[in-house]
Design a protein around this ligand. Structure first.
Ligand SMILES: [Mg+2]
Ligand SMILES: [Zn+2]
Length: 229
């Protein structure tokens, strides 16, 4: 995967979040320490518009406003044995609005907020590219910018994920399409405005509030006859 995999791994290293504290430099990113023989399920989350209110190229904690219900959603997912993995396009890096270090520092802070709330994130994967608008090495038609499934495929490989038992929540059809291409069975389009007409696209569900995602965890477990953790 070239550039994308390098970027993703750089992010993962700085995102080794464990319990309520961050263990930087830790060799493991599998916070839940599931057996290597067990395929884990994931709750994939888009960032802008799902974790934080999308006001456009958010890159400081002062501008980072958490979406209502996001901590409850992540806490519920973790309790049910899901890894919670952020999958985010960050073309603002390629465009030069902020750099990778600023992005990573912000995500370290975001991860700390989730950990402190008893809802630890497992990993963050990001695409810094844009096919036309980015500068230098960031200007490329990569396979990781959603709707391409590259980041999801990399996460599946890194974390041994059962994509057919996993869930994606995003606020754009590009999130839904990337998830569909990666084999994620349940694809939830989050539309807090309630305007859902004609929005189905590649989604399997549309919700107006993040708490509406909760029943899907049970549905996945029951449907696949798996034990919850
Ligand atoms: Mg979004
Ligand atoms: Zn990319």
């Amino acid at each position: 995967m070239g550039q994308c995999a390098v970027d993703a791994r750089a992010s993962l290293k700085s995102m080794a979040t464990s319990d309520a504290q961050n263990e930087w430099g830790c060799g493991s990113i599998d916070v839940l320490k599931l057996s290597v023989r067990t395929m884990a399920k994931a709750l994939f989350l888009d960032r802008d518009g799902v974790i934080n209110v999308d006001t456009g190229y958010v890159h400081t904690k002062e501008d980072f406003v958490f979406v209502d219900g996001i901590f409850d959603l992540v806490r519920t997912a973790v309790t049910r044995g899901y890894k919670v993995i952020v999958i985010t396009n960050q073309a603002g890096i390629g465009r030069g609005y902020y750099d990778e270090n600023q992005f990573l520092a912000l995500m370290d802070w975001v991860a700390a907020q989730f950990a402190a709330a008893g809802a630890p994130l497992t990993a963050v994967y990001f695409c810094p590219h844009h096919p036309e608008k980015a500068r230098d090495r960031y200007r490329q038609a990569c396979d990781c910018r959603k709707p391409e499934p590259g980041l999801l495929n990399q996460a599946a490989q890194d974390h041994r994920l059962d994509m057919s038992g996993s869930i994606m929540v995003g606020d754009k059809n590009s999130d839904m399409e990337a998830a569909r291409l990666a084999g994620v069975a349940r694809r939830v389009l989050f539309q807090p405005t309630g305007n859902t007409a004609g929005k189905m696209g590649s989604a399997t569900h549309i919700v107006n509030h993040l708490t509406e995602v909760f029943p899907l965890f049970a549905a996945v477990n029951k449907g696949r006859g798996e034990r919850s953790r």
